[in-house]
Write a protein that binds this ligand. Structure first.
Ligand SMILES: [Zn+2]
Length: 146
């Protein structure tokens, strides 16, 4: 996993993990890399060099993930992923706090492949990163803010 320091057009800095630079570029091109603060997809890497996670360096992951986050996982193709982003909450199964458990089952083919969304604690999300299980952090939409 590679940690990237990212920033959106509004200079909101955040960090995200990707399997490779190719994976990052692919997701960015498909507007799947989203600023967690404003939802912008105009995201680019900050000049900071990426940090590669090895062994104890995984502690650095703590800064990349919020305490709790709304997460989503999908096992389909890229095209499906694009559609997923727009209609995710309608078309994916809400698994609530079982997100990490279900994502792991789907990843290891122990459960039916499907889209799910729910919440995960920081520790759960970090476990998914460490196991190489792909998931996305959903932006908080303006309509959800009070
Ligand atoms: Zn932003």
């Amino acid at each position: 996993m590679i940690r990237y320091q990212l920033a959106c057009e509004h200079e909101h800095a955040f960090e995200a993990w990707f399997g490779s630079i190719a994976a990052f570029e692919k997701q960015r091109a498909r507007a799947l890399v989203v600023c967690p603060q404003c939802g912008s997809t105009h995201v680019d890497r900050s000049p900071m060099a990426p940090a590669v996670v090895t062994g104890k360096a995984k502690v650095a992951a703590e800064k990349a993930l919020p305490d709790t986050a709304n997460l989503a996982v999908h096992s389909g193709t890229g095209t499906e992923l694009q559609k997923l982003k727009a209609t995710l909450l309608e078309n994916s199964e809400a698994v609530g706090e079982r997100f990490a458990e279900e994502a792991r089952k789907i990843h290891f083919n122990e459960a039916e492949p499907r889209s799910i969304h729910g919440q995960a604690s920081f520790d759960e999300a970090r476990g998914l990163v460490e196991d190489g299980i792909p998931f996305g952090v959903l932006p908080i939409l303006p309509s959800e803010r009070n």
